[in-house]
Design a protein around this ligand. Structure first.
Ligand code: GLN
Length: 484
């Protein structure tokens, strides 16, 4: 059961081979056994999960089940879920119980899915290794001495370790794709505006987007069908007809034009990752795709631009955590200003403080024009690079991350090295495009390698088609870490 796809689980539930309560209990038992090692979950609440499973069983018995009814999913701890502790990986929200559901949570609820628990993450989604969480490091199931990637590292670890059927993540600069790559699973960041951000704790609002993390592209498509849709509570949610993201999965790939950006295969890419990507591209040629070299000339500016814009937005978004309205308040203070200062000094971790300081600086009088405004202009150029590239190809492919999973602590003292983990993913967020990562082999250290597929705006179905056809012809996505 733990290796079954969502489709198989759905038919097993419909045929009553297993009940949702049994399936949920199976995962809860696995979490009890393995979570002490991987630390993938921050909160598990068996009572709520089993009650939801019971309700799902009743719905199945009544013949009212949808494709995800009764299936247990893990939810990144960035989504407010009514009655659940929602921490965003921070001491600031260490005992915050959400009073309402995020749009994503209510969509899963409406589908009759079971919430298995909240997954660990980098604090306020800032990080690429899951080492900035107040609730401790998350471990990679392929080697617990190595990081799972971040910030959706808890979700990636939980999916890879079979501690849930699938999970949600969020991606501001790579936080779905990079951990998916490092843990050997599939994950999608949809086109900006496709999934409502309502109730998703904001990091950098113009970049944040939620998406599915699962063991296959096909599973991701089923989850996207549930997660997407217009929501008037998010002013950037797009009003479009509901799509069936599975519709093109089985289309042959002959004629597909794959663009390979020259800049993604330059200095900084590990040789083993480069070889696996080349092998994946060779497989695509066998499947009938053609390959063109393209250029995304502003690639090298993506990381610096992101580290102006994302902290700027974060400094503004995180001003709401003041010790009054939400979460942590310092126990001792002299007056109101002192209470703000102490609550924020004690409630936020190092990386979050670093971002707030950078963000406040680039927005301040005298620096706004030099940094923030310039970065916005370059963001436009980066988006234009993709628009030009998509005149020559249907999808863009390349590595998701420059290396496989690194050791815990390895990049701890060097924020810039850490920031470079997202060098191939960040531009996609800046442009608002959809991107995904699928497993395509293993590196020299036997850790998973991820292939990134970038689509044009709203072209998720084509991206999923390319991913699914590859997964029909390879078995990397079915590999399971030893002992699990
Ligand atoms: N690693 C990037 C950062 O630290 C991206 C994080 C994300 O996508 N949430 O900001």
């Amino acid at each position: 059961m733990i290796n079954a796809t969502l489709k198989h689980l759905s038919s097993a539930l419909a045929a009553k081979h297993i009940s949702s309560v049994e399936l949920t209990q199976l995962y809860l038992d696995r979490i009890a056994t393995h979570n002490p090692v991987f630390n993938a979950y921050t909160t598990v609440d068996a009572k709520i999960s089993l009650a939801q499973a019971q309700a799902a069983d009743a719905r199945i018995a009544a013949g009212l089940a949808g494709p995800l009814t009764g299936i247990p999913f893990a939810q990144k701890d960035i989504f407010c879920a009514k009655g659940w502790r929602t921490t965003c990986g921070s001491k600031m929200l260490g005992d915050f119980i959400a009073p309402y559901d995020a749009h994503v949570i209510s969509q899963f609820d409406r589908a009759g899915a079971v919430n298995l628990g909240k997954t660990n993450m980098d604090e306020f989604a800032m990080g690429s290794s899951n080492e900035t969480s107040y609730f401790g490091d998350v471990r990679n199931p392929w080697d617990p001495q190595r990081v799972p990637g971040g910030s959706s590292g808890g979700s990636a670890s939980a999916v890879a370790a079979r501690l849930c059927a699938a999970a949600t993540g969020t991606d501001t600069g790579g936080s779905i794709r990079q951990p998916a790559a490092l843990c050997g699973i599939s994950g999608i960041k949809p086109t900006y505006g496709t999934v409502s951000r309502y109730g998703m704790i904001a990091f950098a609002s113009s970049l944040d987007q939620a998406g599915p993390m699962a063991r296959s592209a096909e599973d991701c498509a089923l989850m996207l069908n549930v997660m997407t849709g217009f929501d008037e509570r998010d002013s950037t949610s797009l009003q479009r007809d509901q799509e069936d993201y599975s519709r093109d999965l089985n289309r042959p790939l002959s004629g597909l034009r794959i663009g390979l950006p020259r800049e993604f295969f330059a200095e900084g890419l590990s040789a083993d990752v480069g070889s696996r990507i080349a092998e994946a591209i060779a497989e695509y040629r066998k499947l009938g795709a053609t390959v063109v070299e393209i250029s995304l000339p502003n690639t090298r500016l993506a990381v610096p631009v992101y580290y102006v814009l994302a902290p700027a937005e974060a400094s503004s978004n995180l001003s709401r955590f003041d010790g009054v309205r939400y979460g942590y308040r310092a126990p001792e203070y002299t007056d109101l200003a002192d209470m703000y200062e102490k609550s924020r000094a004690q409630g936020f971790g190092e990386e979050v403080k670093r971002r707030i300081m950078i963000g406040t600086y680039v927005l301040s009088h005298g620096y706004y024009d030099a940094y923030y405004l310039q970065a916005q202009k370059i963001r436009r150029l980066i988006a234009q690079d993709f628009t030009d590239a998509f005149k020559q190809c249907d999808v863009i492919m390349g590595p998701t991350a420059p290396s496989t999973a690194f050791k815990l602590g390895e990049k701890g003292d060097d924020p810039v090295q850490m920031y470079l983990s997202d060098i191939y993913t960040i531009a996609v967020n800046l442009a608002g495009l959809p991107g995904m990562s699928i497993p395509c082999g293993f590196g020299d250290n036997a850790m998973p390698v991820g292939l990134q597929i970038i689509g044009n705006y709203f072209d998720e179905a084509r991206m999923l088609n390319a991913a699914h056809q590859y997964q029909l012809n390879t078995d990397w996505h079915t590999r399971c870490p030893q002992g699990l």
